[in-house]
Design a protein around this ligand. Structure first.
Ligand SMILES: *Cc1c(COP(=O)(O)O)cnc(C)c1O
Length: 289
């Protein structure tokens, strides 16, 4: 099946720092960001026996939307399990939920997580794409970064990206000679360490976790998160994601020692999810601006 090509890397300035941005949000219009990397394996191989993909998680998840695109491309049915859909979302489908439904997703509301099926025709994907097949696409990302670094004649590079399940950061570290820094956006430092251990026993291969100075709850709205998101857009001309990136940038900027070496920020996409987050932010803050 078709594979996408290298994403561009751009040099930008922000708050007196020079920073390179790896634009994985530009990989392709519908299949982009780190979910495209994590699910690349399933696009790059043939699966003639598969008819259905099953996964679970929140009703506005970026992974859910990307799986709907994958299923459509591969001609698979897509069944997704969630514990709850807000009334407002049900009545006014928008964001990832809306576009996944348009791609043919069948949604099930159930309290229990589905168990991996033993049926040969069904592919089971863990929440957020946390599984070993993600390594395939992230090794390619690591190689793209290495080639760019050579071309730029950069000797040592620091890489930063915010984490959810930590799958992207972990597999990137495993295949990269560069130091990978990350910070937890879902749960705390302990949760992220546990996630890393589930995928890799050897702690020497784990990314370095930056402890955020403030605990922010995933999906909650914070004034400083909205402000930095607006400032990033204004100063760099780049739209970042509203769930992970603001917390990521705030934590990265608290650690100026990282910028002592050339630093690369990985833009992990997720912009379709901004539709719902932005509507919430605008309802909450815009009247006060
Ligand atoms: C899913 C996602 C993440 C988290 O990726 P993990 O591999 O689960 O750590 C970060 N940023 C964006 C924009 C995402 O969509």
């Amino acid at each position: 099946m078709n594979t996408f090509i290298n994403s561009p890397t751009q040099k930008k300035h922000f708050q007196n720092q020079i920073i390179y941005i790896k634009r994985d949000d530009l990989l392709s219009k519908n299949f982009s960001g780190n979910k495209a990397r994590k699910f690349h394996y399933y696009l790059a191989h043939e699966f003639p026996h598969l008819q259905k993909v099953v996964s679970y998680g929140s009703a506005q998840s970026n992974a859910m939307y990307s799986l709907s695109v994958l299923a459509k491309k591969q001609g698979w049915k897509f069944h997704y399990y969630t514990t709850h859909i807000a009334d407002y979302l049900k009545k006014n489908p928008h964001g990832n939920y809306k576009y996944a439904l348009e791609n043919g997703m069948k949604i099930h509301i159930e309290q229990n997580t589905p168990t991996p099926s033993t049926e040969k025709t069904t592919l089971f994907i863990e929440e957020g794409g946390r599984q070993k097949e993600a390594e395939y696409g992230l090794e390619i990302l690591a190689k793209e970064i290495e080639a760019w670094k050579k071309e730029q004649q950069i000797k040592e590079l620091n890489i930063f990206l915010p984490s959810g399940t930590g799958t992207t950061a972990l597999f990137l570290q495993k295949h990269s000679k560069n130091k990978i820094y990350t910070t937890p956006c879902v749960g705390g430092v302990n949760y992220l360490e546990k996630q890393f251990l589930m995928l890799e026993k050897d702690k020497n291969f784990h990314p370095k976790i930056l402890t955020p100075s403030k605990k922010r709850h995933f999906g909650k709205l914070y004034r400083e998160s909205y402000n930095i998101w607006l400032e990033l857009q204004d100063k760099m001309g780049i739209e970042f994601d509203l769930l992970y990136d603001p917390h990521g940038w705030l934590t990265l900027l608290e650690n100026p020692q990282i910028f002592e070496k050339p630093t690369l920020y990985i833009h992990q996409g997720g912009l379709i999810g901004n539709e719902s987050m932005l509507a919430r932010y605008q309802r909450k803050y815009n009247e006060n601006i």
